[in-house]
Design a protein around this ligand. Sequence first.
Ligand SMILES: [Zn+2]
Length: 349
Amino acid sequence: MKIPGMWQLRKLSRKVGKRVQGLVAPGTLILMYHRVAEIGSDPWGLCVSPQHFAEHLQVLQKLGCVVSLRQLQQMLENGKHPSRSVVVTFDDGYADNLYNAKPLLEKYNIPATVFFTTGYMNLKQELWWDELDRLLLQPGTLPSVLQLKINGEDFSWDLGNAATYTQSEYQQHRNLLVWQENLPSLRHRLYYSLYKLLYPLPTNQRQEIIDEILTWGSLQPEIRETHRFLTLEEMDKFQPSELIEIGGHTVNHPFLSTINYASQKEEIQKNKAHLEEIFSSPVVSFAYPHGDFNPDTVKILQELKFSCACTTNVGRVARKCSPFELPRVQVENWDGNQFEKHLSMWFKE
Ligand SMILES: [Zn+2]
């Protein structure tokens, strides 16, 4: 089973390299952030704490190497070899982007592109992977056996003693990342099994199963303050400027390669139109949800006058890189020193 590119990045990030100073390797690194927040459990490692994010920005400011995505795109268009530089991007549009990330970007004068998923503004529940976290990775008691039919196939899991997840187990395991091998927590293993089964499904089908799982766990509808997305009014405060560029990220965050041409186009076009209406500004950059796309996706982006798109493929942007296949690197919750070491490693590879 193919795991989305986004999650493949961890392997690479475990290596540690030398410091940035003195390196001559050309190319641009596009950093991929999702959230600037501190939350109880973060099974994918999507959160960077505000303190660490400030330290990342201090490193970038010291290195003086940040360009905007628009500048990078122009460099590629002009056939210029990108110099050793860094672009900052955010995916999805969690509320902490406005309250925690934006003030720090302004403080350190670092430009960033934020890719918004417009369907998230009106969600009546949390995102499906956050719902799984709320159900499985928070303390509480669940029924012992979960049985599901997914794509005509029957699945059954027995939680045994893990039916009850105590506060102390939660404290002990809350920093586990679900893709790690030999996880000591059955709750985390179940989370990952369900994630792998659910992610390839069409949005509606996936939601039906999520609802079934939530009913099984008697979980009441709730959107945690720590896991909500920006409202329309809040998005309005994210006005594009010299520092902030707004990019597209579809309406419903689907795996684009799994849906037909017309559905892909609708996802991308409606998102672009909505963002342009909110911000009264053209939206020309895009990030593929889950890093997933196919040749149709690129064709649609070109038809809709997008000028570039970011993937989750790991790497540096080189001179001949297609503007619709820009690689990125995922940033984790490192302190400033660790962040600088990873920059160095990425520039070298
Ligand atoms: Zn996303």
